[in-house]
Write a protein that binds this ligand. Structure first.
Ligand code: DGY
Length: 323
């Protein structure tokens, strides 16, 4: 009888994926809501042919060694894969997959939700009501920023950046600037988006939303210097990865009102400790990395992650390959 492949899934993922994996493999699924501790992760991957990982699992040479030479595929349940040493996996002939596309619209929705929430000070206003401070209608209270006709600066005009720019351009008549290594001709044609230098994007944008991959060239790109070059009325949004901004610099920029506000789905570190000074500021809204948390996105991610895993186990090209 043919032996079923041994796989480790580092967290419970939606049935749309886990059922397929269970049917085809000898699957060990980590049952806890928190990630497996490192030691446990290294123990559980031993002898596995495939692993389904999350962005919270560091997948490096040590983990690949712990798994052993039979490891064929690492399927990440995320579009981002900065948690994986892809070069090392490639060197060992291990296929790596991710889950792009299915979370584009949900993530763009979240970026827009944070943009408008930060611009219109929704976090602060809600706290005001909960604290019993709402005594009357205030002609000069809670004044926020307008959106219509303003300038959006997109950093990383890929699928998600473009989906946000579409919303802002067609819904709010915004002018779109973008900063990227490569041109996005569709964004230029459909939205009149203009590819500009870094300094110009910082200086002219009313809203800046980052959608870049996290790598050594983008890490910390939003630092004190960048925040200093932004308008004092600007709103900064990050739904990509926390280390794209230097959090201490962002804190200073918000505290000193160098920029107006920020909306963050991602932070550095994650999770953000409840006593982090950032949370004492009224002009930042933080949510816990939930941009892809919709039914269709998470089901779609689970399906792709399962397909990538099973294809990799069969020695076939992945549905969404990274290497
Ligand atoms: C991703 O997919 O990279 C997101 O950060 C989580 O969905």
């Amino acid at each position: 009888m043919e032996q079923r492949a041994k796989v480790f899934v580092t967290r419970r993922i939606p049935a749309a994926g886990i059922d397929k994996i269970r049917q085809a493999c000898n699957a060990d699924i980590w049952p806890d809501p928190l990630p497996p501790p490192r030691e446990e992760l290294l123990r559980r991957v031993a002898g596995c042919h495939g692993i389904v990982t999350l962005l919270t699992d560091r997948v490096d040479a040590e983990l690949m060694d712990a798994a052993g030479p039979q490891l064929k595929v690492i399927s990440n349940f995320a579009v981002g894969y900065n948690n994986i040493d892809v070069a090392e996996a490639t060197r060992r002939g291990i296929r790596v997959g991710n889950t792009p596309g299915v979370l584009t619209e949900a993530t763009a929705d979240m970026a827009f939700a944070l943009l408008i929430a930060a611009a219109r000070r929704l976090g602060e206003a809600q706290q005001y009501v909960r604290d019993g401070k709402w005594k009357t209608w205030e002609p000069e209270g809670h004044i926020g920023m307008d959106l219509v006709g303003k300038t959006l600066g997109v950093v990383g005009m890929g699928r998600i950046g473009y989906a946000l720019a579409r919303r802002c351009h067609f819904g709010w008549q915004m002018r779109v600037l973008y900063f990227d290594r490569v041109r996005n001709e569709e964004a230029e044609k459909q939205l009149g988006a203009e590819r500009v230098e870094w300094e110009r994007l910082l200086g002219e944008s009313d809203f800046i939303s980052v959608h870049a991959d996290l790598n050594e060239s983008t890490r910390g790109m939003f630092n004190a210097d960048a925040f200093r070059k932004m308008k004092p009325t600007a709103v900064f949004v990050n739904t990509a990865r926390g280390p794209l901004h230097v959090q201490q610099d962002l804190y200073e920029a918000l505290k000193n009102r160098q920029i107006f506000a920020a909306g963050l789905d991602v932070t550095d570190p994650e999770p953000l400790p409840p006593d982090d000074p950032l949370l004492e500021l009224p002009n930042v809204i933080v949510v816990p990395h939930i941009a892809s948390a919709t039914v269709s996105s998470r089901n779609g991610m689970a399906e792709i992650a399962a397909d990538n895993l099973l294809l990799g186990l069969a020695g076939k090209p992945l549905r969404c390959p990274v290497n």
